[in-house]
Design a protein. Structure first.
Lengths: 188, 565
């Protein structure tokens, strides 16, 4: 029912697995980033795959699942800390059907499946967000916070507001799938 | 303002007709479809307001530990591990170690342990509060709640509460014994739970328990009837003396001096405040179990309250509607009867609000950011607008749908007439003849072919045509049929019907109307003899040819947004 969301065909690169990545997004260290397929990276997003764990060898820094959306102007940066005197970055893992609203900054350690993060949010370092959770627009989640499954968090600092309905998983899944189908190229 | 459709839950009310939708007081009975449940047994919609709820698991929202229900009470409903809340901003606190001993002292600093130097304290990442401010430090970074237990247990409030519990213990124990002594009693089902309120004292409770045990037949005798009778009053006056008088540990008039708030101490403090931050806000104080000091600097870290997973039951037949999996962080359910699996999902759209491909094209040329935003096309009085309703069938059988806009308020009392004059006068035309919505087929779920998604029924045979092409086709088609009231489009298990709304010249306020949705489906099970119990809006219809059909009806509220004058 919802109308298509158009993008200009010249701006986006589509991969074999259906990922659509804007040419106006900054993807640093692409060899350390995994996109699950059918994931959209909108224009102006910054994904810091170059901030990897020290040491040699291949390292996955940021992994995103299927049907994800990284909104306009989002910053995805792996969390870091100094542990036993050594500074290090730690990997960020994001599940399937995760939408991140425009202009949010994400430094989470783990984000589960079917998570919805609003616009203008700040997700602090090493935050763990469980499945089907929702972060309202303009929320600040302080570092090391745990957001339990099916919880709505909002405010500054982000606090538990309410439990989400039982059918959240289906609602989010159909919304993210539909969003991908609605995201249509428009030739000029 | 995005147009929406809300579903009505009758909530056990006897009249299935919903209240007027534009009154703020009616909002309680209209819900989004995905929050509703459906009881198969009663064949009725249920919502969170009317289901009965029971706790199935307790867990800590921070460490996600599943707390056995046996220890929940002993731990006072809060996490008994390492989870604390900041008393200032209610953020979760982290344990931090003290700074290591001066590294500049010449010798190489060797990390003593992996966890850092004692003493440890709690620190808030958000507002930078730390527990050293209130004199709380820890020897080791684990089992913090146990380390704080001493403080908690020695607090005057806690001691007083324990004393009260001790005082009432024999009374509670005997009344429990009494209620368990006649479990087979077929009186009111809730009387067992409330029986300790009914007994006027422990003595009567013990006595009736003994009677029930020793003399057969006495258990049928309800204590309720006795305690409400005149004799009950005399019993109570006698028994008052049997109950020993409670003596508090401490004289209440001196309590304010020990930091529990109230009385002279607070007045003295309030006289001398300089900044508002010195006074703890109500929000900072009411999360605490006990009365706390009025001063911000006295606030202590709080153990995080536990959360629960709940199962839900139908209020009429007590069948389970929602039963979560035991594991706290699992989002799966053993039983999940949600309305979205039974009722057609309805969405509404005002086509004039959507940008056309042409405007998007022009906007994309400038900047991509806001190109797809909804146009801020308001509804104006004196105009006629078309709207689209998309109905999606979740059932495995096709359904026949009939829409109607009942005039439910005109028949109401005189106040309704006053209401009516204030209501925005508008006329709604909907397709009156029934139409079909095709069955849901699992295959469509997996078919992610974009061609399929936007094509019309007519196009299905022809196939072919790129996604973008068919989109444009559709746009053109809907534009040419803007005035049409009727079925516009069918694809997969969704049917889009067009309606029209004529807004009167005087119309103001919210454009909302009630829509009755009736749908007929093929029923596999034989017609239940005892259905129609309660408020199930079931109308049985037998067409007489082949399979049994059933009709279900429900009310919805269509909200098209604000009329701007």
């Amino acid at each position: 029912m919802d109308p298509p969301v158009y993008y200009s065909k010249a701006e986006f690169i589509e991969t074999d697995t259906g990922n659509k990545v804007s040419r106006r997004a900054t993807i640093a260290g692409p060899q350390n980033i995994i996109l699950g397929g059918k994931t959209i990276i909108a224009s102006g997003a910054i994904i810091r795959g170059d901030l990897r764990r020290s040491g040699t060898g291949h390292a996955v820094v940021i992994s995103l699942g299927r049907y994800c959306l990284v909104g306009e102007g989002c910053i995805m940066r792996p969390p870091y800390k100094t542990y036993r005197g050594a500074f290090n970055y730690y990997p960020m893992k994001i599940g399937d059907h995760v939408h991140i609203g425009a202009n949010s900054v994400v430094e989470a350690a783990t984000i589960g499946n079917h998570v919805n993060i609003g616009k203008n949010c700040v997700i602090g370092k090493f935050t763990i967000i469980k499945d089907c959770a929702k972060i309202a627009d303009n929320t600040i989640i302080p570092p090391n916070t745990v957001v339990p499954a099916l919880a709505l968090f909002s405010g500054s600092p982000g606090r538990f507001v309410e439990d989400l309905p039982e059918s959240t998983q289906e609602v989010v899944e159909s919304y993210t799938k539909q969003y991908y189908t609605r995201f249509q190229p428009l030739e000029r | 303002m995005i147009p929406s459709v809300l579903y009505h839950c009758p909530c056990l009310s006897t009249s299935p007709v919903p209240p007027p939708p534009h009154l703020p007081s009616s909002s309680y009975c209209f819900h989004p479809l995905y929050t509703l449940f459906f009881c198969e047994e009663c064949d009725a919609i249920r919502c969170n307001r009317c289901v009965s709820v029971e706790v199935s698991t307790y867990y800590c929202p921070n460490c996600l530990f599943e707390v056995p229900s046996a220890s929940v009470r002993a731990e006072k409903n809060r996490c008994a591990r390492n989870c604390f809340m900041c008393p200032i901003c209610r953020n979760t606190l982290t344990v931090v170690a003290s700074d290591p001993p001066d590294a500049d002292a010449g010798r190489l600093s060797v990390p003593v342990s992996t966890v850092g130097e004692p003493p440890f304290y709690l620190y808030c990442n958000h507002c930078r509060w730390d527990s050293a401010e209130v004199g709380i430090t820890f020897e080791k970074p684990t089992g913090l709640a146990a380390q704080l237990q001493k403080h908690e247990d020695s607090a005057p409030d806690s001691l007083e509460f324990d004393r009260l519990k001790e005082h009432f213990e024999p009374f509670i124990r005997s009344s429990l014994a009494a209620s368990s002594a006649h479990p087979a009693s077929t009186v009111h089902p809730s009387s067992a739970a409330h029986s300790h309120h009914l007994y006027s004292s422990s003595i009567t409770a013990a006595a009736s328990a003994a009677l029930a045990r020793d003399i057969p037949g006495v258990s049928k005798y309800t204590p309720l009837s006795r305690s409400t009778s005149g004799r009950g009053g005399r019993d109570r006056s006698v028994n008052k003396d049997e109950m020993p008088e409670y003596r508090s540990r401490m004289d209440i008039t001196t309590a304010s001096t020990i930091g529990t708030g109230g009385g002279e101490a607070d007045v003295e403090f309030m006289k001398h405040i300089e900044t508002i931050n010195e006074v703890a806000s109500l929000e900072q104080r009411w999360g605490s179990s006990w009365v706390t000091s009025l001063q911000t600097r006295d606030l202590k870290p709080l153990r995080i309250p536990l959360h629960s997973k709940r199962s839900k039951r139908c209020p009429v037949c007590t069948h389970i509607l929602i039963k979560p999996e035991q594991k706290a962080q699992s989002v799966r359910y053993k039983i999940k009867l949600v309305a979205a699996n039974y009722l057609p999902a309805i969405t509404v759209a005002l086509p004039h609000m959507y940008p056309t491909t042409e405007t998007v094209k022009r906007a994309l040329a400038k900047s991509s950011a806001a190109a797809n935003d909804r146009l801020n096309a308001a509804l104006h009085p004196g105009e006629t607008y078309a709207f689209h309703l998309a109905l999606t069938n979740p059932l495995y059988d096709p359904i026949q749908v009939r829409l109607a806009t009942p005039r439910v308020h005109a028949t109401n009392t005189s106040t309704a007439n006053q209401e009516k004059s204030r209501r925005p006068p508008f006329g709604v035309s909907l397709p009156t003849s029934p139409f079909t919505v095709a069955a849901f087929a699992e295959a469509w779920e997996y078919d992610e072919d974009e061609d399929m998604y936007w094509t019309d029924e007519e196009d299905l045979g022809g196939g072919g045509g790129g996604g973008a092409k068919s989109v444009r086709d559709r746009d053109a088609r809907t534009k040419s049929r803007t005035k049409a009231v009727g079925v516009l489009e069918k694809r997969a298990n969704t049917t889009i019907v067009g309606g029209e709304i004529i807004i009167g010249k005087e119309a103001r306020g919210r454009l909302m109307f009630i829509m009755l949705v009736q749908y007929t489906y093929r029923s596999d099970d034989p017609v239940p003899s005892e259905s129609n119990e309660g408020e199930g809006n079931e109308v049985k219809g037998n067409t007489g040819k082949g399979p049994e059909t059933k009709t279900f009806e429900f009310y919805t509220v269509v909200d098209l947004g604000e009329i701007e004058g």
